[in-house]
Design a binder for this molecule. Structure first.
Ligand SMILES: Cc1cc2nc3c(=O)[nH]c(=O)nc-3n(C[C@H](O)[C@H](O)[C@H](O)COP(=O)(O)OP(=O)(O)OC[C@H]3O[C@@H](n4cnc5c(N)ncnc54)[C@H](O)[C@@H]3O)c2cc1C
Length: 356
């Protein structure tokens, strides 16, 4: 007797994109099964936990999991005095609580969730082999398995460009309502951040994947600087990190055998290539993916095409601009290192970033 029922839709990954996709499809009447390799939702946290406010978009679950409001952004270029971007509202969330809450909403909607089960491989015919040896097949697969998505790879959609990150949680000695960003010709293809969460802060750094070996010394230096300035404590509560897709949007649909495949969130390359922000895009694209999967199940032959078009309308202009800016800064790194002006032009806090 199988431990799993045979669902209409299989969702691979239960991050924000997966939980939202699964929920929407279940609410529309589909039978949905989701697998997640982690033992529990949202843990360990691999995130700096900042969600910028988006006009007109309500991110489900956000208010209950908010830990501190953010009103502005301070950008430190090299060791210059910071530039303040006054109107940069958002929230610092508790990412573990956020992901757990989204999964609970999905379970309440009827999704069958299996934790501690990973997808090992998927065949061209759409047969998925799980870590416990089971083989599953569904009419519709939603690939929401993050930056290094196996489902994406199976349909030829791979995030080739990645930023690697390292983050520590430290005591914050003076409360602040701004996110701090550190730009430097030392930090190739990325930046440093200090994001406040009450009396602690997430202090992290991302670099182009080829520079991964430099993450630890660069973050140690930034930490030491901030300790010397009396802004953060020496103590480190935890370490985390992970990959961020920075190559822009992939094709979000495909086919395996006679089944349809949808990608959303990081698996679809929706993370901003300059800032690395991807939570909002994961939630929104997850909702669209779940709705599309239900429409497909209901016989809507245009649903896949509509899904791709909807995501392009929503995300592509912003992602294309960020890709262009990222390419510019990488070129500057290859040509002797960026000037202060180039660092500014390629960061979202400066008007130059938004110019044509
Ligand atoms: C260090 C760091 C800091 C970040 N900070 C921010 C930030 O401050 N703000 C922001 O907006 N974004 C941030 N991001 C990006 C953000 O975390 C992602 O964009 C977001 O998590 C994408 O959601 P998702 O559901 O698409 O993917 P994920 O959250 O990655 O979820 C994918 C899930 O799939 C599971 N999975 C993977 N492979 C398999 C498999 N084979 N079988 C079963 N399950 C699998 C994973 O365990 C995971 O739970 C950060 C990322 C990193 C690494």
């Amino acid at each position: 007797m199988s431990k799993f029922s045979q669902p209409d839709i299989i969702v691979v990954g239960l991050g924000p994109a997966g939980a939202c996709a699964a929920r929407k499809a279940a609410e529309a009447g589909c039978t949905v099964m989701a697998i997640e390799k982690k033992a529990a939702a949202g843990t360990p946290v691999q995130c700096a936990e900042f969600v910028p406010s988006m006009v007109g978009v309500e991110v489900a679950g956000l208010s209950d999991t908010c830990r501190q409001a953010i009103d502005s952004m301070m950008t430190f270029v090299e060791h210059d005095a910071p530039d303040r971007m006054a109107n940069f509202p958002g929230q610092m969330i508790d990412r573990q609580a956020f992901d757990s809450q989204l999964v609970q909403i999905a379970i309440d909607a009827g999704v069958e969730c299996h934790f501690g089960v990973s997808l090992k491989s998927v065949s061209k015919a759409g047969e998925m082999t799980l870590s416990d040896g089971r083989i599953l097949k569904a009419e519709i697969i939603i690939g929401v398995d993050g930056p290094k998505s196996r489902i994406g790879a199976a349909i030829g959609q791979i995030n080739h460009e990645l930023v690697e990150t390292r983050q520590i949680s430290v005591p914050l000695l003076h409360p602040q309502s701004a996110t701090d960003i550190f730009l430097s010709a030392d930090i190739e293809g990325g930046y440093g951040w200090l994001f406040p969460k009450g009396d602690t802060a997430n202090l992290g750094l991302g670099v182009d994947a080829g520079q991964k070996h430099r993450l630890k010394p660069l973050l140690d230096n930034l930490h030491e600087d901030l300790v010397r300035q009396g802004r953060v404590g020496n103590e480190i509560f935890y370490h985390t990190g992970g990959a961020i897709p920075v190559g822009g949007m992939l094709e979000c649909t495909g086919r395996l055998g006679d089944g349809a495949v949808l990608l959303a969130g990081d698996a679809a390359g929706l993370t901003n290539p300059v800032t690395g922000a991807g939570i909002n895009a994961a939630v929104i694209s997850g909702h669209y993916a779940g709705t599309c999967a239900a429409a497909l199940k209901g016989g809507d032959g245009d649903a896949l095409e509509d899904y791709q078009e909807d995501l392009e309308d929503l995300f592509k202009p912003g992602l294309d601009r960020a890709c262009k800016r990222r390419q510019q800064i990488l070129n500057a790194f290859r040509n002797g290192g960026p000037s202060r002006e180039e660092l500014r032009t390629n960061w979202i806090a400066y008007p130059e970033y938004w110019a044509a």
